[in-house]
Design a protein around this ligand. Structure first.
Ligand code: ZN
Ligand code: ZN
Length: 352
């Protein structure tokens, strides 16, 4: 017996799995929960977007909706935009349930979401990049993404909140606030993003799709982890690297910065710019910044196995008055060109 569903609309560009499945289930007059049960899934349905790209359930979904398995994988946040096929940066030490995924309030590991009001009104589906922390603006509408309802101010929630229901009009329902039920799309446009933020979003968005850039993102994650903690070291680094008007806001219930994934949208944009700027004048600016604080040894050695071009710079930073070898810069540029993230270095150089 074929398990192909009678109604199986195609995925919209950049759509996240929960949003796509919701539209498919609605077209077949069932809830996503019933649909998944029929396909033999015994995982909690709310965890659909957290599925790893190796899950056998992906095959069942692909067969039911008449799509290739790769198309389903491409909708999953767990493989960071799905396109690289490998989870970019596997955190060592196990502190993060899903690195790079936005986290919500105080509930540890709960996923958060953001949106572009103009895209949501035009298309009516939820985009995969909205759930990922490195995305801070919409390149199509040149605006910052929004994280809360413009009417009641509560968090914008992901499509997975609807997975138990059979929706009559998913395009409209996906635009509604989970708390006040008003449309979050039908309102004033979101704030325009500055050119530097847009360019950075474009650069990182294109790099994250290449698996060859994995080591660049590992280093980025490492630096973000150190800079976004509630520690004195992190505070010193932030006050040194972020201009006064760009102090960070954490959405963690304690109000304290905890991890990059808890920061609000603008804080993430400015933090990413600060961290990417460490690549300018490599490795001198990084070394100067790291040396400007104490407690460095402890923080830098929490994780091992970072790329050698980065570890060499760290080692120099730990020895006072030691100077980096001039060839370090050539080595970095060589690696960055070979692995395809030279644009990130160029961005750092343009924006000292
Ligand atoms: Zn947009
Ligand atoms: Zn609301």
């Amino acid at each position: 017996m074929s398990s192909l569903l009678p109604w199986h609309p195609r995925r919209f560009n950049d759509e996240i799995l929960s949003s796509w499945i919701l539209r498919i289930a609605a077209g077949n007059n069932v809830s996503v929960r019933s649909l998944c049960a029929w396909l033999g899934n015994d995982q909690p349905v709310a965890a659909l977007d957290r599925m790893v790209y190796t899950s056998p359930f992906i095959d069942s979904i692909a067969e039911a909706i008449g799509a290739e398995k790769e198309q389903v994988i491409e909708c999953l946040p767990s493989s960071l935009h799905g396109l690289s096929r490998t989870p970019v940066y596997r955190i060592r030490g196990g502190t993060a349930p899903m690195q790079w995924h936005l986290w919500q309030d105080g509930s540890y590991g709960a996923m958060s979401n953001q949106y572009c009001p103009a895209c949501l009104e035009e298309k009516g589906h939820h985009q995969l990049p909205w759930s990922i922390s490195i995305y801070t603006c919409c390149l199509k509408h040149s605006c910052f993404l929004r994280e809360s309802c413009p009417h009641c101010g509560k968090s914008f929630r992901s499509a997975s909140r609807f997975l138990n229901w059979s929706l009559g009009n998913p395009g409209k329902d996906l635009q509604r606030c989970a708390y006040c039920n008003r449309s979050v799309a039908n309102c004033a446009p979101s704030e325009q993003a500055d050119k530097k933020t847009l360019r950075m979003c474009h650069v990182l968005g294109s790099l994250v799709r290449k698996s060859s850039c994995e080591s660049f993102f590992e280093v980025l994650a490492r630096l973000l982890y150190v800079m976004c903690r509630p520690s004195t070291l992190a505070e010193n680094l932030r006050s040194q690297m972020l201009p006064g008007s760009h102090q960070i806001t954490s959405r963690h219930s304690s109000g304290a910065p905890m991890n990059f994934e808890y920061l609000d949208v603008k804080s993430r944009a400015y933090m990413l710019q600060a961290v990417v700027s460490l690549f300018a004048d490599w490795p001198n600016y990084l070394i100067e910044t790291l040396r400007s604080t104490n407690q460095l040894h402890y923080h830098l050695h929490l994780f091992k196995d970072l790329p050698s071009w980065y570890e060499r710079a760290e080692r120099v930073a730990m020895i006072p008055c030691s100077k980096p070898n001039p060839s370090e810069r050539d080595k970095l540029l060589h690696v960055a060109t070979r692995q395809g993230w030279i644009t990130a270095v160029q961005f750092a150089e343009e924006n000292p």
